[in-house]
Design a binder for this molecule. Structure first.
Ligand SMILES: C[S@@+](CC[C@H](N)C(=O)[O-])C[C@H]1O[C@@H](n2cnc3c(N)ncnc32)[C@H](O)[C@@H]1O
Length: 383
């Protein structure tokens, strides 16, 4: 593959995140447009795709469009896929995985579509190279994404391989952890860029604090991973990759300019958060505390305080949580003057119990749950 030729790159994200992802792609020097509530499109090379995989905090997959065509049924699908020069991309020694999403009357399930696409690719490589690549569900080598909508099909090389949200640092998940890319998007939405302190009571497994530390240290999240889909494609330029890697390492700082504080009432949660931070290489820059959210230390300099309380979708917890949410309002009002406060929740009835006026209410999706990031400006009262 020609690593410098401009291709169509489609970068996927969770619903609610596309605008933040577009900003990130633009900051990396690309012209990008939002093409759906879960995709951003840009014209860039595979060399650029390597850099995007390394640097993006809110994107999930960086896909490179290989072919699009119209198709009415499985036989036509096979013919279209087998006519593509896969032998220029996939060596027979590689392992191949096909991920499909179908929304068409032509087939009734994505497993069948994946099988058909996989057969065509493997048959083509085998015919041209005399050996069949192995294939299966693991996404740790070559990953191909296939989409079939009505009579239109798109095939992409997934340059990320495994999802970019799998940063690899969360060995111990604890209770209801946020996806890493969603945590990064919430911080971006909150205007956190490391040039202010961050306080994260109710830190759970520490995702928000760890992502904040990576942002404050200007550390590219891709530095935490050693493997990506693009590394398994014929033409992968390992020298260019090493140069990008070195450049990203050189940009990374040793110490954040402001304090990052993470706390939780549950000792086990703090232990998990510490271990995860250690795996991410940021345990030295986060201050951990075991305490009620109301006792979280608040730094002198003003910044961002962000809480992700439980949503109470389990029966019987509602009343207890009403008190917690009310307490969060009191905590923000009494202890966080001068800060911008954020509560991320999927329970609007409980959110009302915070009892403060929101300045913004941003919609995100935590898996399938529609959530809000609620913003509260905590003004310093003049006496
Ligand atoms: C939804 S989880 C947070 C998940 C976290 N954002 C993550 O990514 O792992 C809510 C956390 O709030 C903590 N918590 C509940 N009540 C608390 C309280 N009164 N003070 C401090 N933490 C509390 C729980 O122990 C739990 O870890």
């Amino acid at each position: 593959m020609d690593m410098r030729k401009n291709e169509t790159l489609v970068i996927t994200c969770a619903r609610g995140v596309a605008d933040y992802l577009r900003q990130e792609v633009e900051q990396l020097g690309h012209t990008a447009r939002t093409t759906s509530d879960t995709t951003i499109e840009t014209a860039a090379s595979l060399h650029d795709a390597m850099r995007l995989n390394l640097a993006l905090r809110t994107g999930i997959n960086v896909l490179c469009l290989l072919k699009q065509f119209s198709c009415k049924g499985p036989d036509e699908l096979y013919r279209e896929v087998v006519s593509f020069p896969w032998e220029d991309y996939i060596a027979p020694s590689e392992y191949l995985s096909v991920v499909s999403r179908v929304n068409t009357l032509a087939v009734n399930n994505s497993v069948f579509a994946s099988q058909k696409v996989k057969d065509a690719i493997v048959d083509r490589v085998s015919e041209k190279r005399g050996m069949r690549p192995n294939s299966g569900p693991d996404r740790d080598n070559v990953v191909i994404n296939f989409y079939w909508n009505d009579d239109r099909c798109w095939i992409y090389l997934n340059t990320s391989g495994k999802k970019l949200s799998d940063r690899g640092y969360r060995k111990i998940p604890h209770t209801a952890p946020l996806q890493e890319t969603l945590a990064a998007a919430l911080l971006r939405a909150a205007g956190f860029d490391g040039s202010q302190p961050l306080v994260n009571p109710m830190c759970g497994s520490g995702t928000l604090a760890i992502e904040a530390a990576l942002i404050a240290l200007k550390r590219a999240p891709g530095l935490l991973r050693s493997d990506f889909g693009f590394k398994h494609v014929i033409g992968f330029d390992s020298e260019a990759w090493s140069a990008l890697h070195r450049e990203a390492c050189a940009q990374s700082k040793k110490k954040p300019p402001f304090r990052i504080i993470a706390a939780d009432i549950d000792k086990k949660a703090v232990e998990a958060a510490k271990k995860n931070a250690q795996t991410a290489g940021v345990e030295e820059v986060i201050e951990f505390h075991v305490c009620d959210f109301n006792d979280t230390p608040i730094p002198e300099e003003k910044g961002v305080v962000i809480l992700n309380p439980e949503y109470g979708h389990r029966l019987g917890k509602q009343h207890e949580l009403e008190e917690t949410y009310k307490g969060i309002g009191d905590f923000l009002k009494n202890k966080c003057a001068g800060f911008t406060g954020y509560v991320f929740t999927g329970n609007m009835a409980l959110a009302k119990k915070v009892g403060l006026r929101t300045s913004r209410r941003l919609i995100f999706f935590n898996a399938r749950i529609e959530c809000r990031l609620l913003e509260y400006h905590m003004y310093v009262s003049r006496k």
